[in-house]
Design a protein around this ligand. Structure first.
Ligand code: PMP
Length: 397
């Protein structure tokens, strides 16, 4: 029998190296119990959570929990079917209507995850005769969606509209459609896309533009609609994809647009058609979170104050923190073993962040990916900064 796992020999060797340096599996951390939005029980210790996507703290929303409980009692725990069969309830339609209203767009499709929203939208929008232009630092769901699409893929330099423009110019006579895909805030680094410039380039070249606002929805813009709202170019962004699993605190994804053709995706997008729809209690909780997000704009103000606090604090410690101020703050370290040691010591000091190692990181740099929430208190951020300072000193950084 051929060893079916032989292709993973390199991966196994890398994981063994991690195991030799790390007293615990950094990719198998168990939150024994979330105690609040900002504190979780890890290894029996109360630990500050600085590595979630729970930007507004809504995973612990009382209104969302109440809505979920009431709905589960009325409608059961799951739909047991896909959106095109028995899996569309009135609640799914209601959420689509509400999201379309929030984004001031005509159409909205709800998917079972944000991953599937990218997979489903990109694979259905781009056909084999079309060209996809992807930012080099795109999320895995964008790359996977492009593979499922069979379209030609051209990567451009991260956050570089000039590079995109040059690459579009080279294929100006291509008869198929051209779809540019960017993210509002990049999940690993916190970099914000220059959306206005990207919108100008797409107009100049007659291309379409899809923005994944997964990390920027609820975070950027006067109403929290993301980078397109912040840079006042929503009319030039043809499709917005996003997720409920970050600022809304639940799970699921969406694609909104003014183009009526998007409705056809319901009839041809495999990640939309061939998977079970979201359970009703999740939809109810998401609707409640959306209401709370819209009723409490001050959450966004606090979130950005906290983002400044963490970002400036890390810079003041002399660490290589992200240049952009956003709720995602990456600390770049020089070597993988140093990153692993740093991450372990932070956890032992009661601070959880995400450890991101090459090849899953931009430019193959090891990162400590930190994120803040509106729910963090200034004292909690100071405690995290103290831990960073202490560990940096211990490791001689
Ligand atoms: N897009 C981006 C940019 C993301 O970072 C993520 C999740 N990390 C997703 C899409 C997928 O969202 P979900 O986890 O809700 O499936």
């Amino acid at each position: 029998m051929t060893d079916i796992f032989a292709k993973y020999a390199g991966l196994a060797a890398s994981f063994d190296t991690v195991g030799r340096i790390s007293p615990r599996n950094p990719f198998g951390v168990v939150i024994e119990r979330p105690l609040s939005a900002t504190v979780g029980l890890i290894e029996g210790r109360e630990t500050l959570l600085f590595g979630t996507n729970n930007y507004l703290g809504l995973s612990q929303s009382t209104a969302a929990a109440d809505a979920a409980i009431a709905t589960v009692r009325k409608e059961g725990v799951g739909t047991t079917g896909s959106r095109i069969a028995n899996g569309t309830y009135a609640l799914h339609r209601e959420l689509e209507r509400r999201l379309a209203e929030t984004f001031q767009r005509e159409h909205c499709l709800v998917f079972s995850t944000g991953y599937q929203a990218n997979l489903g939208a990109i694979s259905a929008l781009a056909g084999k005769d079309d060209i996809l232009f992807l930012d080099a630092d795109s999320h895995a769901s964008i790359y996977d969606g492009s593979r499922l699409s069979a379209a030609q893929v051209i990567r451009f330099r991260h956050n570089d509209p000039d590079d995109l423009s040059r690459r579009l110019a080279r294929v100006k006579d291509h008869p198929g459609a051209k779809l540019v895909v960017v993210e509002g805030i990049y999940s690993m680094t916190g970099n914000v896309a220059p959306m206005r410039e990207f919108a100008d380039v797409k107009k100049e070249h007659g291309a379409w533009l899809l923005a994944d606002e997964a990390h920027s929805f609820g975070v950027l813009g006067a109403h929290g609609r993301g980078a397109a709202e912040l840079f006042d170019c929503e009319a030039d962004v043809d499709f917005v994809v996003g997720t409920f699993s970050k600022s809304l605190g639940t799970v699921g994804g969406y694609c909104v647009s003014n183009h009526p053709g998007i409705e056809l995706i319901r009839l041809c997008s495999r990640p939309y058609m061939f998977t079970a729809s979201l359970p009703p209690e999740i939809i109810a909780a998401t609707l409640a979170s959306l209401t709370e997000m819209e009723a409490r704009p001050e959450l966004r103000t606090t979130l950005m104050e906290n983002a400044h606090h963490l970002n400036h604090g890390l810079h003041a410690l002399g660490l290589r923190a992200s240049p952009h101020v956003s709720p995602v703050v990456a600390v770049t370290l020089g070597a993988v073993d140093q990153a692993i040691r740093f991450w372990n010591r932070l956890l032992e000091c009661g601070v959880y962040v995400n450890l991101s190692l090459p090849p899953a990181t931009p430019d193959d740099n090891p990162l400590l990916r930190c994120s803040v929430m509106a729910a963090h208190t200034p004292a909690e951020i100071d405690r995290a900064l103290d831990a960073f300072g202490k560990v940096a000193q211990e490791l001689g950084l």
